[in-house]
Design a protein around this ligand. Structure first.
Ligand code: NAD
Ligand code: ZN
Ligand code: ZN
Length: 391
């Protein structure tokens, strides 16, 4: 079958790979209907995530049709339309039992790298390096889904494939940021980044009762989209002093919850950006934490900063003084999809969340390398390019 493979830093190509097969009785095989580019893939394509090998198939956010089921699978049958959580959870370990699915103890078959980097390994995720399980990704004609009764969810009638697609990863990620960031009715919430993840975090904050939600980016189409489809206020950080503006809009106090949805390749102007970029390119630091610094600086005293953006290792100039002296809570996590997906499908069906606008482009598997280039450089108004192997 055809699949999109990582062949080296900034090199993607469409190759023939062997068809996947069922390996365990809890697996299903899915024929891909649609997958999408995600900001996390950019970190991987750019060589910032360790343990990628040439020929690895990428992609982790997808919907498809079940074509085969293992003998222990109870919740799925051939022909079902499913959306699949990007992180894979076994459903039985202590972490899964506590709804911390991206921390599952059993789905990363290559735990050594995570243990060396982080102390403990994470769960496995589709198409995201051998440090995170080495599972084959979903930008292919077919994909094997392990522990399918836990990670694959039947798409209810009435929700189209494109809308359901983002419930695989971006929608639960955004929801988790607002939920575990502790957003309460009446809060003011600021969100850095108006990609799919930031937009979904902003929407979640509104649905959890935030009084004002202010989203920050520099790309005009994304700012406009966030106002129109999400209902948040926005700030362009290239023309406005964000911290001063947030103080102004919050009676001098600052936001209660700040959600960072930018990640390790954050952009900024000025000397600090050049410094970070040079250090990252020389591999003297793994990550550029610009938006994290800004969120910590802007957050009100005693507030919470939740980091959704992906970071791989160590950062420099982390404002620890602000964290301790302002009494901040700083949290972060990879997404616990299985915890939120059923509730989010209901909210999608009820029209409380809309996602279809994120799919600004639709391409075949053959055109996926070009689509990733467009997504990386945010050209042609691209927010997410949907890859459809059937085209
Ligand atoms: N925690 C998780 O489980 C999880 C899941 C999915 C994605 N992610 C991460 O979330 C982040 C966002 O993903 P995405 O798909 O929305 O990516 P994206 O690349 O589409 O969007 C990132 C946005 O951040 C903006 N940005 C860059 N620098 C900024 C700055 N200094 N201040 C404010 N905005 C800035 C960009 O203009 C862009 O619009 C990525 O790091 C991705 O890896 C995390
Ligand atoms: Zn993702
Ligand atoms: Zn588990």
């Amino acid at each position: 079958m055809k699949a999109l493979c990582w062949e080296g830093v900034n090199k993607l190509s469409v190759e023939q790979v062997p068809d996947p097969e069922l390996r365990n009785d809890q697996d299903i095989l899915v024929r891909l209907v649609a997958g999408t580019t995600c900001g996390s893939d950019l970190h991987l394509i750019g060589g910032y995530i360790p343990a990628m090998r040439a020929g690895d198939v990428i992609g982790h956010e997808f919907v498809g049709e079940v074509v085969e089921t293992g003998s222990a699978v109870r919740r799925h049958k051939v022909g079902d339309r499913v959306v699949v959580s990007s992180f894979v959870g076994c459903g039985r370990c202590w972490y899964c039992a506590n709804d911390l699915w991206s921390l599952c103890d059993n789905t990363n078959t290559n735990p050594g790298v995570g243990q060396a980097l982080f102390g403990y390994e994470t769960a496995g995720i589709f198409g995201y390096s051998h440090a995170m399980g080495g599972l084959r990704g979903s930008h292919a004609e077919y994909v094997r889904v392990p522990f399918a009764d836990h990670g694959a969810f039947t798409i209810p009638e009435g929700i189209d494939d494109t809308s359901a697609l983002f419930v695989s990863d971006s929608v639960p990620t955004g929801w988790m940021g607002a939920d575990l960031g502790g957003v309460k009715p009446g809060d003011v919430v600021a969100v850095w980044g108006c990609g799919a993840v930031g937009q979904m975090a902003a929407r979640a904050a509104i649905l959890l009762g935030a009084e004002r939600v202010i989203a920050i980016d520099r790309i005009p189409e994304r700012l406009e989209m966030t106002e129109r489809y999400i209902g948040a206020e926005t700030i362009d950080y290239t023309t406005t002093d964000v911290a001063a503006e947030l103080r102004e809009r919050t009676g001098g106090r600052g936001p209660d919850v700040c959600i960072e949805a930018v990640g390790m390749e954050a952009h900024s102007d000025g000397p600090m950006h050049l410094y970070d970029q040079a250090k990252q390119q020389l591999r003297l630091q793994t990550d550029r934490p610009t938006a994290v610094r800004h969120a910590i600086h802007a957050c009100r005293k005693g507030g919470t900063v939740f980091i959704l953006g992906v970071f791989a290792g160590a950062v420099d100039k982390f404002p620890l003084g602000a964290v301790i002296n302002k009494g901040l809570t700083v949290r972060g996590s990879q997404m616990h999809g299985q915890r939120y997906i059923p509730m989010l499908l209901d909210r999608l069906a009820a029209g409380e969340i809309s996602t279809a606008h994120l799919a600004t482009h639709s391409v075949s598997l053959d055109d996926a390398p070009t689509a990733y280039d467009m997504f990386k450089h945010k050209t042609d108004g691209c927010v997410r390019a949907v890859i459809r192997p059937g085209l």
